[in-house]
Design a protein around this ligand. Structure first.
Ligand SMILES: NC(=O)c1ccc[n+]([C@@H]2O[C@H](COP(=O)([O-])OP(=O)(O)OC[C@H]3O[C@@H](n4cnc5c(N)ncnc54)[C@H](O)[C@@H]3O)[C@@H](O)[C@H]2O)c1
Length: 249
């Protein structure tokens, strides 16, 4: 089975559901072995990958915990081909007014949304360098540029920091032909968003887009495939918004 894998391993964090699940399945379909790290088990995703003839592993752990990340790395390096693609997708987006945000809330968001990208990138840096065409994709959000966002100060700050991290790493790792980019979704109709965001707010969001339908996870796959393609080696330090042309500034 492993001999069928032609594009190396793609690591996807937060692949148990939502965008991460769709990304993992798409990258498997395009010839990558898939290594998934999530607090929840990714068995449903793994079943779908294997049903379609793909290869992967699901590791339950915290992407913001150094010990979990290093145990994950050991399993990936033991069982799968070298990592060429890293998708830092795991994230949390609690809605809390700034005045009620405790320092612990703040740190939790920074840990999950930012520390995880730091840890995963360091864990697989050797593989990414050796591959000669390493690709890192970080999930930020167009809320960073939005002036109508409330109750998300920690989230927006973490996603803005991820843009800085992306650009700094792109500068530093370009010498190894590693590209580092962000995908910036607007609202994507994942089960989590459909549960937490009111129909009224979703409708208001849709109205402000140029494209009058809201994105589903599958609408972001082409952006990911473009950024991880071996032929996109000159595309780095960018933020690719996928938000239906929503006007935010
Ligand atoms: N859905 C949207 O509208 C939207 C918009 C902009 C940006 N994003 C970003 O895209 C990414 C994916 O979003 P989604 O809507 O699919 O999220 P989601 O909440 O549906 O899924 C996130 C996954 O990450 C996992 N996870 C959370 N904390 C983790 C941790 N510490 N370690 C390992 N796994 C962890 C969860 O268990 C879950 O499976 C996130 O970074 C999010 O901020 C999403």
């Amino acid at each position: 089975m492993l001999s069928d894998i032609t594009r190396g391993t793609a690591v996807v964090t937060g692949a148990a559901q939502g965008l991460g699940r769709t990304f993992a399945e798409a990258l498997a379909a395009s010839g990558h072995a898939i290594a998934m790290l999530d607090l929840a088990d990714c068995d449903v995703t793994l079943d779908a990958i294997e049903r379609d003839g793909g290869v992967g592993i699901s590791f339950v752990g915290d992407a913001a915990n150094p010990a979990d990340v290093s145990a994950f790395r050991d399993v990936v390096q033991d069982r799968l081909p070298p990592v060429r693609v890293l998708v830092n997708n795991a994230g949390i987006s609690p809605y809390v007014p700034f005045s009620e945000t405790s320092i612990d809330d703040w740190h939790r968001v920074m840990r999950v949304n930012l520390d995880s990208a730091f840890l995963l990138t360091q864990a697989f840096l050797d593989n990414l360098i050796t591959s000669g065409a390493g690709r890192i994709v970080n999930l930020t959000s167009t809320v960073v540029w939005d002036m109508q966002v409330k109750n998300m100060s920690a989230y927006v700050t973490s996603k803005a920091a991820l843009v800085g991290f992306t650009r700094a790493l792109a500068s530093e790792l370009g010498v190894h032909n590693i590209t580092v980019n962000c995908i910036a979704p607007g609202i994507v109709l994942t089960p989590d968003i459909e549960e937490r965001v009111s129909t009224e707010n979703l409708e208001a969001y849709r109205e402000r887009q140029a494209i009058k339908s809201l994105a589903r996870p599958s609408d972001l796959v082409s952006a990911l495939e473009f950024l991880v393609s071996e032929s996109s080696g000159q595309v780095t330090a960018t933020v690719l918004p996928v938000n239906g042309g929503r006007v935010s500034w």
